[in-house]
Structures are given as structure tokens and as C-alpha cells.
Design a protein. Structure first.
Length: 113
């Protein structure tokens, strides 16, 4: 069964940057699409960015031009580079293959104004 370990979150001022990492085990990582999701307090979890096995990416409109998803198949790791952060980006961030039902513990991102 897939295991997901997210890291890299923290407290940052508006306009700052963070890089999230997610180490994946239990699946053939290189063959799977991956997504970064987030859940803000009182809101539903949403897809932020996705990357397929071939490296094609897609983004939520709210993060286009600011966030970049990438993957390193040799390290079974997916990344989310977040630039020009805004207070509304504050959330717990999770990674997951789209077809998986389980979630990791997530990593908290807090952006102060």
C-alpha cells in the first residue's frame, strides 16, 4: 500500500517561497501520476497541481505562474516549489497519486501578511 511522507512546510511571509517534498513508497512511482492537494481551515481539500508519469503538469488557476510541480523518479519524490506566496495559500498540503484512497500526514504551510 502506498506510503506518503510530506515535508518542507513552515511559516513564511507573503511574497516568500517554500519547497515541499513528498517521498512515496509502496507503488511503482515512475508509472504513476502524482498530485499536490491542500486543505485550508473550513474549506474542502482541493487539487493544487498534478504531474503525470510523462512529466506533463496541470495547475489550479489560483496558483498558475507561482507554483511548480516536479518529480525525481530516481528518488521516488515529488516536489512543489511555491513562490510569491499569499496568505490565502495557508493550508495543510498533501501529496497523493490520484487513484489512492489514503492520505499522508500533510505539511502545514502558513503565510503571514
Amino acid at each position: 500500500q502506498v506510503q506518503l511522507v510530506e515535508s518542507g512546510g513552515g511559516l513564511v511571509q507573503a511574497g516568500g517561497s517554500l519547497r515541499l517534498s513528498c517521498v512515496v513508497s509502496g507503488i511503482i512511482f515512475r508509472a504513476n501520476a502524482m498530485g499536490w492537494y491542500r486543505q485550508a481551515p473550513g474549506k474542502q481539500r482541493e487539487l493544487v497541481a498534478g504531474i503525470n508519469s510523462g512529466g506533463s503538469t496541470n495547475y489550479a488557476d489560483s496558483v498558475k505562474g507561482r507554483f511548480t510541480i516536479s518529480r525525481d523518479n530516481a528518488k521516488n519524490t515529488v516536489y512543489l516549489q511555491m513562490n510569491s506566496l499569499k496568505p490565502e495559500d495557508t493550508a495543510v498540503y498533501y501529496c497523493k497519486p490520484p487513484q489512492a484512497s489514503l492520505w499522508g500526514q500533510g505539511t502545514q504551510v502558513t503565510v503571514s501578511s
